[in-house]
Design a binder for this molecule. Structure first.
Ligand code: FAD
Length: 516
């Protein structure tokens, strides 16, 4: 618990070490661990924390082979542990090999530049120093020879063998090998440009480039927008038959359930549907809020702000907009410190039967359908609603970034039924929401935080196998959103992302199919 007060939280994809867990995490573990010993008061540590968090997100798929951990040495409870590891300055990085013996002091982890790329590459160097205690989840990282590749299918039964051809000093192949270690039916090896037999057999002229090899001798080049790590990993994860380890392959029949409750509505995955947005409103206002018989204090203020922003920016059918305006007007006129849900419900259900103000009283999931009732649906529709709202606000003249973001935040904090989600979202908001000044930055803030959630949830139990969590929008949806730096690092082109989001979530493109 002590470490939570420090610079990291459980949402950061790093292990928060405590005196009672440190030995179990570092010693005799089947994965290597890279630990940051830090002090929460130290300025360098504060500056370094975002880099460490980015590294954790960047290497999230590598966890079964190597994990990242932190411990706050400024916390009194952790002092003895930090002394035991001989920590004198902060931040100190130490690498613990898989199966390190109890009492081991780890290996110093020094890099000239503490940026994500240098740290990640040095992490690979350290992984390669494993000898007989190679972490079982880590595939071979050394380059493959012609003999090995020729005999590959004699001993392996994977469907796809991906060969990353590259120069000796390139890390791309090893990064992709690690990115793919949690996926089945695909194996990745690196092949050096000096491996002439293979280079000529595959007709390789570009380094790096990635080629697929099949048991029948068939070979083909992996088609990607750019020859870089992220694009290879992304494309390999999408090859047919490739699934996360331990997950059954998604069944096509999941998508055509034949009971009426789940009647599948064909939809376009790259479009937004009004039916989901109206369902989000119905569920949030009629189901979630109903769990609060009386609403007072900060929750009431949050509700007023949420209603006000919905009334201003929900790009709905006129009758729904009218209802939201009526709800807003009623809420803002409430001067008592407390309202009851019942009184709000009267306005919401508009029993006066004014026909031009109505919010349909049911859910209809379309773009947010899941292959099972437990997948997607309401949370998916809330994200969609939130993105639509920030984009609508951007296009309107009477809004500001904080008004919209804080209204969404207030709703999540006070009412969103997934309390764990609310906690995570609130932490992200506390970290940086206040810095957002422009509406265009509000659109991008929400997009990038949603991607953080996607990164954390990739492979989680709540992930619908038919809708895997990806860093969104993927290259096939928005090629211009992706680029690579001179160093080969993947980079989002924020301007292109903004243009894409404005278009994708714009009210004029929302499909009206399946509405009541
Ligand atoms: P979702 O992630 O719900 O996304 C819906 C749609 O939005 C996608 O289909 C895609 O079209 C689009 N999209 C995807 N990524 C982006 C992006 N970066 N920017 C813009 N559009 C995008 N679940 C947990 O288990 N733990 C949590 O901590 C958690 N926190 C949440 C916080 C909030 C505020 C919300 C609304 C939901 C949270 N959830 C959390 C639920 C989770 O994020 C998903 O909503 C849920 O698992 C359904 O996922 P999905 O596949 O339908 O896609």
């Amino acid at each position: 618990r002590a470490a939570h007060a420090g610079l990291y939280t459980q949402s950061d994809q790093v292990v928060l070490l405590t005196p009672s867990t440190v030995d179990a995490v570092l010693f005799n573990s089947s994965a290597a661990v890279l630990v940051e010993f830090y002090a929460s008061w130290c300025g360098h540590c504060m500056a370094f924390a975002p880099v460490w968090k980015s590294l954790a997100r960047d290497t999230r798929e590598w966890k079964p082979a190597v994990d990242l951990a932190v411990i706050d040495c400024a916390d009194e409870n952790n002092r003895q542990t930090c002394i035991r590891f001989g920590i004198r300055g902060y931040p100190t990085l130490k690498f613990f090999h898989a199966y390190s013996e109890k009492g081991s002091n780890g290996v110093s982890f020094e890099v000239a530049e503490r940026d994500v790329m240098s740290l990640r590459q040095h992490l690979i160097n350290m992984m390669e120093t494993h000898k007989e205690s190679w972490p079982p989840a880590c595939p071979p990282l050394e380059s493959a020879s012609e003999v090995e590749i020729n005999k590959f299918f004699e001993t392996n039964s994977v469907q796809h063998l991906a060969l990353v051809f590259e120069k000796a000093d390139s890390y791309v192949g090893r990064e992709v090998i690690l990115d793919m270690l949690q996926f089945e039916n695909v194996a990745v090896r690196r092949v050096l440009d000096t491996e002439e037999g293979l280079v000529s057999k595959f007709g390789v002229t570009d380094f790096p480039s990635c080629h697929l090899y099949y048991p029948d001798g068939h070979m083909t080049r992996l088609s990607v927008q750019m020859e870089a790590r992220t694009f290879y990993s992304y494309a390999l994860q999408r090859l047919s038959g490739v699934v996360r380890s331990g997950r059954p392959p998604p069944l096509v029949s999941d998508l055509s359930p034949n009971n009426t409750e789940m009647e599948w509505k064909p939809f376009n995955r790259s479009r937004v549907y009004m039916a989901d947005l109206e369902s989000a409103l119905h569920y949030s206002l009629r189901v979630e809020l109903a769990a609060h018989p009386t609403i007072t204090g900060g929750a009431l203020t949050a509700l007023k702000r949420y209603a006000s922003v919905l009334a201003k920016h929900f790009p709905g059918r006129p009758m729904v907009k009218n209802l939201l305006r009526a709800l807003d007007t009623w809420l803002q006129s409430q001067e008592d410190a407390e309202i009851t849900y019942k009184s709000l419900q009267v306005v919401l259900d508009n029993k006066e039967e004014t026909p031009e103000a109505l919010l349909p009283d049911s859910v209809r999931w379309v773009g947010c359908q899941g292959s099972k009732p437990r997948f997607r649906r309401y949370p998916c529709s809330m994200w969609t609603l939130f993105h639509v709202m920030t984009v609508e606000a951007l296009n309107s003249s009477n809004s500001d970034a904080q008004e919209v973001l804080q209204a969404l935040r207030g709703y999540v904090r006070n009412f969103f039924g997934c309390r764990e989600c609310a906690g995570h979202f609130e932490r992200m908001a506390q970290e940086s929401m206040y810095q957002v000044k422009k509406l265009s930055d509000a659109v991008l803030w929400l997009w990038s935080r949603h991607n953080r959630v996607n990164s954390r949830l990739a492979g989680a139990l709540s992930e619908d196998p038919h809708f895997p969590k990806v860093q969104w929008p993927p290259p096939e949806l928005c090629p211009k959103c992706h680029s690579v730096q001179l160093t080969g690092e993947h980079q989002w082109d924020s301007a292109a992302v903004l243009t894409f989001l404005e278009e994708h979530f714009s009210s004029s493109r929302i499909f009206l199919d399946y509405l009541e």
